[in-house]
Unconditional design. Structure first.
Length: 180
């Protein structure tokens, strides 16, 4: 499978979806979940080194990685094929390029929403936690450093941060802070 997104054919995308065992309407999170499951199941470290099974597992893992690289942003979700289009229609390379462009734009929007959510939650936590920590004897600088470190960590793992989970975590933190 080619690794460059600009020269990808519809057949290569369909093969990648089939290899990762996800449907065309799968979201980026569904593709990521399927990739991690297959990687866990077929990783070469799970078989003895220098064995025929190790060679097969290495080849299988390379194919899984190539498929994930090709569809990690779920381009067929934005392609007419996933919307139950006319089965007599011939899809062009322009359809594939447009689907990939839409998938990248969707992924960028998700990243921006996540970053804004994390920034907003950090501001809320700062407004609540800084005075509370200061009353507990912790200096503002140390409190701010902890909050900034937590924000950096949350942003680094932003793909696994769901805004609703983050809000639930903030609610739990607020309950802890005000339970005294």
């Amino acid at each position: 499978m080619p690794s460059t997104a600009s020269s990808v054919s519809l057949d290569a995308l369909l093969s990648a979806y089939a290899l990762l065992e996800v449907g065309w309407q799968a979201s980026g999170a569904d593709v990521r979940r399927a990739y991690r499951e297959l990687a866990r199941r077929h990783h070469p470290d799970r078989v003895p080194p220098n064995s025929p099974e190790h060679v097969l597992a290495t080849e299988r893992m390379a194919a899984i990685n190539a498929a994930y690289e090709l569809i990690h942003d779920a381009p067929l979700r934005h392609h007419p094929i996933s919307r139950g289009s006319d089965h007599h229609r011939t899809f062009t390379d322009a359809d594939v390029r447009e689907a990939q462009r839409l998938a990248r734009a969707h992924q960028r929007r998700e990243q921006i929403v996540t970053a804004v959510t994390i920034a907003g939650l950090c501001i809320l936590v700062s407004l609540v936690a800084l005075p509370t920590l200061h009353r507990a004897g912790v200096g503002y600088a140390a409190s701010a450093a902890v909050i900034i470190a937590l924000a950096a960590w949350a942003y680094a793992v932003r793909r696994s941060v769901d805004p609703f989970v983050a809000l639930n975590g903030l609610a739990a933190l607020l309950r802890l802070l005000f339970a005294r």
